[in-house]
Design a binder for this molecule. Sequence first.
Ligand code: PEP
Ligand code: MN
Length: 350
Amino acid sequence: MLVVMQTDATQTDIDRVCGAIKEMGYQAVPMPGGQRTAIGLVGNDGRVDDSQISALPGVAQVIHVSKPYKQVSREWRPESTIVQIAPGVRVGGSDVVVIAGPCSVESEQQIVTAARAVRAAGATALRGGAFKPRSSPYAFQGLGKHGLELLALARRETGLPVVTEAMDEAGANLVAEYADCIQIGARNMQNYSLLKAVGRLNKPVLLKRGMAATINDLLLSAEYILAEGNGQVVLCERGVRSFDSAARNMFDLNAIPIVHKLSHLPIIADPSHGTGLREKVTPMARAAVAAGADGVIVEVHPNPDRALSDGAQSLFPDQFAKLVNELRLIARAIDRAVAPSPGTAPIEVG
Ligand code: PEP
Ligand code: MN
């Protein structure tokens, strides 16, 4: 439930509403806005009797959020959320972010070469897994803490903020020390204790859609993070399992406009995992930006044929550079722009 205060409501009116919500056994979250304050009632799983609240002085309107996710919904917050993953790097505004890098951090030389290449091509942030969720226990599991140190080195070398995955609660605390944005992978989208743990951290979170999760499931998972107090969540469409084996996953472009309608949180697209096939990554990245994605996350490797994970879907650096130029044109066509690399001026297109 959301209590919208009148524009001339006083602090005393606001405090009185918060007090009444607490007396009912719920949490009150005041959200001051440009025009007026709204107060969220958090913790109810059904319809709350609002008669006591709506009669209080200064209350303009009581809105019952109809969706099962509350704080994530557009009913709760009509204006789009902008998540800042580093100074000047914002996801969810008019800029389209381009996060790129290898699937896994493999060595100092590999990650620094990849970071320099994606930065030169115009990437906004660097990706690379240090903790890798692999289907087989015998596959490369990532370099762990050393991988995080190498990502920090690549950030120093290039100025690119770092997005990297955490697989468990202990890992989340460690990842938070090194990363600018913590990725929760598809396999952990419904790991509720991990979601609660990152909800208690003051770090942006990139939450990827589970491979058998509905959009409703994705938004409910995001609600876990917001419910713990962390509103800095970026959603990611990365494809779902389907009956068709022609591609690794079924890349669900519908999710982008659907999520934008249902939620104020930004959503980016991962055409690398969404397709699993290098030659399909570029067309689907273009399509995602055209569909309104707030960014893309793309796997790029200096030598994809030697990659320790996901080489078949990793772009060569020159393919990625070409893609960024194309994304600039597509973004401009829909009144957006590809975010400039940190510390560089916006690029004139056309
Ligand atoms: C990844 O980003 O490398 C990854 C493992 O992604 P997902 O969780 O979407 O499979
Ligand atoms: Mn990967």
